[in-house]
Design a protein around this ligand. Structure first.
Ligand code: OAE
Length: 393
């Protein structure tokens, strides 16, 4: 069973129950009645954009494909920095906090400071299919795709969903990815067990896709937007902190059941992919500085980049359209380096909230081989916040 998700005008409710193999695998997307971190009373700083999502950065489109096939529970999330129809590229910078993982296309970004085309985020073993899917989509939608050279080297990133999903059945195909690319839209973004987040677990709770945004004041009458989308699959329970409280240590029960004991032995702490978008005019080196600040936002929730984790962060700006060809010099704008702090704050705050939104969207899930992961218990989180004087009701 598979479905693509495109944001509807109102927050959607999409509950995909895959009855294949008798498994209940609920993917609660961003729904009218689904609470997010702020709804639980988690105190969070800063002013969000209207959607509190990466799509608050004008032009960005996000698509998901969620795949349930037998014991496989995976998918792909796609992000178009300028929308599906755009030909211009974006200036970008990448920061690998802990590089035990993959994000393709980064050598070219490090060299040229830009990329063209979408970003795809999926499960570890789906990277090849996602890369091929972007190439197929590009060939279908561009007469001369090579003109946008980086479109031949797509940006695809991963986190490992082998705990809940039968990854070695290799269920994701390039055609699935083409569907997720065609489904990309602006508007609200589904969170949790959806798209690339379908089989993801963070801090030993069900997790996955999360997003958030901040309006960043720059001088008297300018405001920029910073948007963040995460595929969160990182961390161990003791590390989890919510609004500074040791929530992970306070919820020492509700631990995952592995498909087999060997999994437990091999279980790393997972990874997190963080995509940062902004409409502030920045240069590649400045975008790398923004990407580095996502580390702080992850750290606020307790993540610390353990050894086997692929914690790789990419930042891009929709300002400064990047065209190709040896034409006239380009007039790039950029904010003076000494004035970046408000944007750094926005990245830290939106990253923290995106991870918490991914956690709050998580639901009790039974996956391959009768593995099981609990969703974050909302009432207990509220009790913990209250006990530590951190409940923002
Ligand atoms: O949980 C499958 N790391 O045996 S990868 C395991 N992106 O469960 C990642 N878990 O997801 C990294 O820390 C990654 C694993 C690292 C290395 C290769 C591929 C992906 C292991 C690891 C997982 C984690 C070997």
């Amino acid at each position: 069973m598979r479905e693509t998700m495109t944001p509807m005008k109102t927050n959607r409710t999409l509950l995909s129950i895959a009855l294949a193999g008798g498994l209940a695998f609920a993917s609660a997307a961003c729904a009218q009645d689904a609470p997010r971190a702020r709804d639980l009373g988690i105190p969070l700083e800063g002013e969000t954009g209207p959607l509190n999502a990466i799509t608050d950065v004008a032009g960005i489109e996000v698509g998901h494909l969620t795949l349930h096939e037998g014991d496989a529970h995976t998918g792909v999330t796609t992000i178009f920095p300028r929308g599906r129809a755009a030909t211009d590229g974006v200036a970008a910078g990448v920061f690998s906090f802990n590089g035990t993982g993959e994000m393709t296309g980064t050598h070219l970004i490090d060299e040229f400071g830009a990329f063209f085309g979408p970003i795809a985020i999926t499960g570890t073993l789906g990277v090849g299919a996602a890369r091929d899917g972007i190439l197929q989509w590009t060939a279908q939608n561009f007469d001369d795709p090579t003109v946008r050279f980086s479109r031949v080297l797509p940006v695809v990133a991963e986190t490992y969903d082998g705990g809940l999903s039968d990854v070695w059945s290799l269920p994701l195909t390039p055609e699935h990815v083409v569907e997720a690319l065609d489904a990309a839209r602006s508007g609200p973004v589904a969170e949790g067990a959806v798209g690339g987040g379908t089989g993801m677990v963070c801090y030993y709770f069900k997790c996955g896709i999360g997003t958030s945004s901040r309006l960043v004041r720059y001088g008297e009458d300018i405001a920029f937007t910073v948007g963040v989308l995460v595929q969160a699959n990182h961390g161990v329970r003791d590390q989890l902190r919510i609004a500074g409280t040791p929530a992970g240590r306070e919820i020492a029960d509700l631990m995952p059941r592995r498909a087999n004991q060997a999994d437990a032995a091999g279980e790393g702490d997972g990874s997190i992919i963080i995509v940062i978008a902004t409409d502030a005019p920045l240069l590649p080196d400045q975008l790398r500085r923004l990407a580095r600040r996502a580390t702080i936002g992850m750290g606020r929730t307790g993540g610390q980049g353990d050894s086997s984790s692929g914690d790789i962060f990419i930042a891009f700006t929709t300002a400064n359209p990047v065209t190709l060809g040896a034409g006239a010099p380009l007039d790039y704008q950029s904010i003076p380096g000494e004035a970046l702090d408000p944007l750094f704050d926005g990245v830290v705050q939106a990253t923290e909230e995106a991870i918490l939104n991914a956690l709050v969207a998580g639901e009790d899930t039974t996956g391959r081989g009768n593995s099981h992961v609990y969703g974050l218990p909302h009432d207990r989180v509220r009790d913990i916040l209250a006990r530590y004087g951190r409940l923002d009701d």
